[in-house]
Design a protein around this ligand. Structure first.
Ligand SMILES: [Zn+2]
Length: 120
């Protein structure tokens, strides 16, 4: 996920995360249709295709990730506006030398931080 975000710089990278329960097992890179430095969009065909692949692996959608090439790892106004209330969003920031990953749920314009636990 970090490598994908770095590769797409200076544009935003995005993708889906799947696994079981709240545990992420697979990262699915997506193409940012907007190819912009401050927003992202995954088209519907891509989402449908990835969700089919996730299902074939017997996994569930756990989260959605995207990068912030120059902004801090906090949801932008657009992120908050377009967020699905039941999804978990990961944001990777490259604003500092070392990338930072943060995780949030966004509901009705409100942002709730989600703790990430790393396993080897
Ligand atoms: Zn964003």
């Amino acid at each position: 996920m970090l490598a994908h975000g770095e590769k797409e710089l200076p544009f935003e990278a995005c993708g889906l995360l799947s696994g079981s329960g709240e545990m992420i097992k697979t990262i699915w890179k997506a193409v940012n249709n907007k190819r912009k430095m401050n927003s992202f969009e995954i088209n519907e065909e891509q989402v449908t295709l990835l969700l089919t692949k996730i299902e074939e692996k017997n996994e569930c959608l756990v989260g959605i990730y995207h990068s912030h090439p120059t902004a801090p790892p906090v949801p932008s106004r657009e992120d908050i506006c377009f967020a699905y209330p039941d999804q978990v969003y990961f944001i990777i920031s490259y604003a500092k030398r070392k990338p930072i990953v943060k995780c949030y749920r966004m509901k009705q314009g409100k942002v709730f931080p989600v703790k990430i636990i790393f396993y080897d």
